[in-house]
Structure formats: structure tokens, C-alpha cells
Design a protein around this ligand. Sequence first.
Ligand code: GLA
Length: 346
Amino acid sequence: MKITSEQFGITSAGDEVRLFSLTNNQGTEVKITNYGGIIAAIKVADREGKIDDVVLGHDTLEGFLNRSRYFGAVVGRYANRIAHGRFTLNGDSYSLATNNGANHLHGGLKGFDKVVWEARELSNGLQLEYLSKDGEEGYPGNVRATINYSLTPANELRIEYLATTDKETIINLTNHSYFNLAGEGTILRHELTLNADAFTPVDKGLIPTGEIRSVANTPMDFTSVAAVGARIGDDYEQLKFAGGYDHNFVLRGGAEELKQAATIYEPRCGRVMEVFTTQPGMQFYSGNFLDGSIVGKQGVPYVRHSGCCFEPQHFPDSPNHPEFPSTVLKPGEQYQHTTVYKFSVR
Ligand code: GLA
């Protein structure tokens, strides 16, 4: 693996932002910026050897600064929603920034996707580090987060998430890349398998109700392969609430083990992506809020379903659901999760 870097731009606060490029011997290139830890590009061959960029985003730093839909970014401190931005920990109540109606979404007004991370080039990848101060966006504790990105000869983009705190807190980190394996058009004909027998239904505000519902006999069932768009218009309350898929799937397998979460295949170009993670859940989001108003790379407007996200995570709003796996991090503990996005062709 080879790593190079160039200047990407300067933020309004005067911080220099760099763009790193990781390449392997298969000709795969992953571009990552230390602004938001954003994966700005993944260029990978199709069945015929043609290289395309399979993630949405922008060509310039300004693009990412001005119109965040979390394209490619690290999401934290808490990925997804916390109802009313409120939770209690050891009897203390905390109030977080609310930025999604009445709720807290993806870390708040200035989450981990909008900060400049300290970057270090490693022999096998890139390390980003950020110190989130006690009280940031309302969260308790000084949290030191580290993200390690590496690209293997087997075309695996590996992301390791680490964090420590000096005061009991909550944490839930993920990546918000929007994938489109064809590099254009929508993802409706991509063929998807999810290793999930259940999901967490939501209310109209996309907050989990607490129920763990079987996917059986619902459009949420991707235990055998189905096109993403095949049932998206079905008259199913959950799809209507979200305008498509925007749900946390409960993954098969042990919470801490690295297990396969998803396989997605684009039949025309032959690209396949497999997702592996140590997380207990994964948000599958079909890009429902993209409405053509954001113009992305090479001047392409991102319309509805232009890309889809696989966000391995703990369940949304876990701090208010004691029945969900815990997202509490205590001083002296090490938060550690790994997600792998593996590319191949068929
Ligand atoms: C996540 C959420 C969606 C949406 C996107 C960002 O996937 O679950 O509801 O907020 O992020 O647009």
C-alpha cells in the first residue's frame, strides 16, 4: 500500500486540511480528508477493469464544507438519533444539541463530521485523532477518538474506531459513506443481502419504538437477495415513515465479533461490496433525503436514491432504551470497533 497527500483547502477557522490517497497493487484508490474524516473517493475496477468512483461526495473541500449530508464522514459522538437530545447517566440528565426536529442527530450541530482531525500517515494507512472536549454538543467527558484507515491487497477498506474518556459518557461511531457501485444513476437496481433477521421499527420522527421486529414477511427482509428498489414503494408503514429504508438492522452473530453484515452487487458493472463489522446493528439508508438540490462530484445533482449508506453502529437512541446493547463508555475502558468494506467483482 502507498500513501500520498496534498493540500485540500483551508477552513474558515484557518485550519489546513489535507487529502490523503491510499492505493494498493490492484489499482484501487481511497481518498480520505482529515476534515470530518471524510472518505472523499473510492476508485475501484469493475468486471472489465474500468475504474469508477463508487462513493458520493464533492471534488473540493468547499463542497464538503457547504453542504453536509454527512457524505463519507465519521459520525459521532453519537451516530443516528437520540430522542429530544436527552438522556440520563448515573442519575445526571444531559441535554444535547437538537438538530433534527426535536431530536439529536449524528453528534449535533458540529459533530465529528465537521471538525478537523489530526492526521498521521502509517505504513499501512492513515490515522486520525480528535479530542472532543467535555461538554461539546452537550456530551460529558473529554473523549479522545482515533480512527485508523487501511487498504489491504485484497481490496478491503478497513476502518478501526477507538475512543477513551475521562468521565462516564456515551459513544457510537460510524462512517456515513453513500455507495453507488455503478458510479452513476440510482441504487434501486443494486442487489442486496443483509444478515439481519430483525430490525428496530421507528416512529414518525425515526426514533426506535423499542420493539425488535422480525423482518419475515415484510419489505425489510433482505435475508435472501433482493433489489433495493423492489419493495421500496410498498404500502408498509415503516417505509412510509422514512420515505424508503432508513432503519437499524439487528445483525446476526455475536456483538463483538467481526461478522458479515451485508453484500451488495450491481449486475451491469459486476462490482460487489461486502460489509463486515463488530457492531451489533447497521443503519441501512437508501438516500431518501437526497432531492437533487446538492450538486456533487463532476457537477452531478444527487437525486433521491443516488447512493445508499451502510452505517454499522449501536442501535439508535440506545441511551433511552436500557433493553438495547449499552453505549456507555467509562474511564479506563477502551471503545473499539472495526468495519470492513470489501470490494470485488462477479
Ligand atoms: C442517517 C439517518 C437519516 C439521515 C441521514 C443523513 O442515515 O438515519 O435519517 O439523517 O443519516 O441525511
